[in-house]
Ligand binder design. Structure first.
Ligand SMILES: C[S@@+](CC[C@H](N)C(=O)[O-])C[C@H]1O[C@@H](n2cnc3c(N)ncnc32)[C@H](O)[C@@H]1O
Length: 284
């Protein structure tokens, strides 16, 4: 713990030692990130001012956050911020922390369609919907989630970023009844119950279970999406979903069985089969 006259640098050293003792691999880097994010400064700014005496309130808040991180809380929840593509979003336990592989889903979707109307089903922090709206040329983007907590966070992120998205609470495509989308994107829950049980505690203890688990075979939500989405996607429109790489081919088969055409599986940036893309033909 920093004394009354500890400098920022000394606070960072103390925090790095605490995090390292707790088994956090990049302890020094994380200590710097926590101080920088809590004080809305860049890491470079913090380092430039490291010889200044740390304000007592800032130091107390910092060491409280470091304690949470040492206890296993994910970094994005500790700092309250998560980066997603060009956006910096508020992140807390109301929604899943956006993952790097999901950034690739946005690329895959934008390559298919970037105009008209798009929706993000299971929007969480709002990351995909906000990225589609800010990077594409869509007339409207809608973000849907069953969780009112997640939707409240998404709404806050919409206000923070100034990106206009229509937020709707409800079950999958239910709130979109009567719409004819050009693009439907989703990173739905896709783990089996057994897989969820083996996840790291830092995920299970902090991130919402309903964001991750989809029944015994992990396909419950994706299966529903493939069969229910044609009601709200126009003929010739597209669906782009993130899947578990172990079940990408299975999801592609479900899409074809549900009547989608031009079904393809794409790899993520780590070379894992992650995205299933399909177009609504005449029979879906
Ligand atoms: C894997 S998280 C994805 C969050 C965000 N889109 C992202 O990529 O970071 C899945 C999201 O789907 C939501 N969800 C789960 N079941 C749903 C359902 N039946 N209808 C709508 N949203 C659902 C969860 O609340 C969660 O926010």
């Amino acid at each position: 713990m920093a004394s009354d006259s500890a400098t920022v640098g000394q606070a960072l050293d103390g925090a790095a030692a605490t995090l390292s003792d707790a088994g956090i691999p990049e302890a020094r880097h994380e200590a710097l990130r926590i101080w920088a994010d809590l004080n809305r400064q860049s890491p470079a700014e913090v380092l430039l001012k490291r010889d200044r005496v740390a304000n007592e309130v800032d130091a107390q808040r910092f060491f409280r956050a470091v304690g949470h991180r040492a206890a296993g809380q994910p970094l994005a929840y500790v700092t309250g911020w998560a980066g997603f593509r060009r956006l910096t979003l508020i992140s807390d336990s109301r929604a899943l922390i956006p993952r790097p592989e999901t950034e690739g889903l946005v690329d895959a979707a934008l390559e298919l369609v970037s105009t008209g109307i798009a929706a993000d089903i299971g929007t969480g922090t709002g990351a995909i919907a906000l990225a589609l709206r800010s990077e594409g040329k869509f007339d409207e983007v809608l973000g849907v989630d069953l969780s009112s907590d997640a939707l409240e966070l998404a709404r806050n992120n919409g206000i923070l970023t100034g990106v206009p998205v229509t937020w709707l609470e409800g079950d999958l495509v239910g709130p979109l009844a009567g719409r004819q989308l050009d693009l439907l994107v989703s990173n739905p829950p896709y783990l089996t119950e057994a897989e969820y049980d083996t996840l790291d505690r830092s995920v299970r203890d902090y991130e919402p279970g309903m964001a991750l688990v989809a029944g015994e075979d992990g396909q419950k939500v994706l299966r529903r999406l493939m069969y229910e989405a044609p009601a709200v996607v126009r003929r010739g429109g597209w669906i782009a979903v993130e899947v578990d790489c172990r079940r990408a081919d299975d999801t592609a088969r479900v899409a074809a069985a549900a009547g989608w055409t031009n079904v393809s599986v794409r790899d993520d940036l780590f070379g894992r089969a992650r995205y299933v893309l399909a177009q609504r033909g005449s029979s879906a």
